[in-house]
Design a binder for this molecule. Structure first.
Ligand code: ZN
Length: 52
């Protein structure tokens, strides 16, 4: 029996790259202008699990 070298890992979320967190642009003002500041938020694509 040949040893299985290819380990089937869980597919990573492409949005957060498996971290479960994404950088969210901070919006300020009434016009919701996007600043250069970013805050870390939970990835809504994988709900923070990091898996697709
Ligand atoms: Zn994600």
């Amino acid at each position: 029996m040949a040893a299985r070298t290819a380990v089937k890992a869980a597919p990573k979320c492409l949005v957060c790259k498996g971290t479960g967190e994404v950088a969210i642009p901070v919006k300020v003002g009434r016009k919701q202008r996007i600043t250069e500041d970013h805050q870390v938020g939970m990835c809504l694509t994988c709900f923070g699990s990091g898996q697709a």
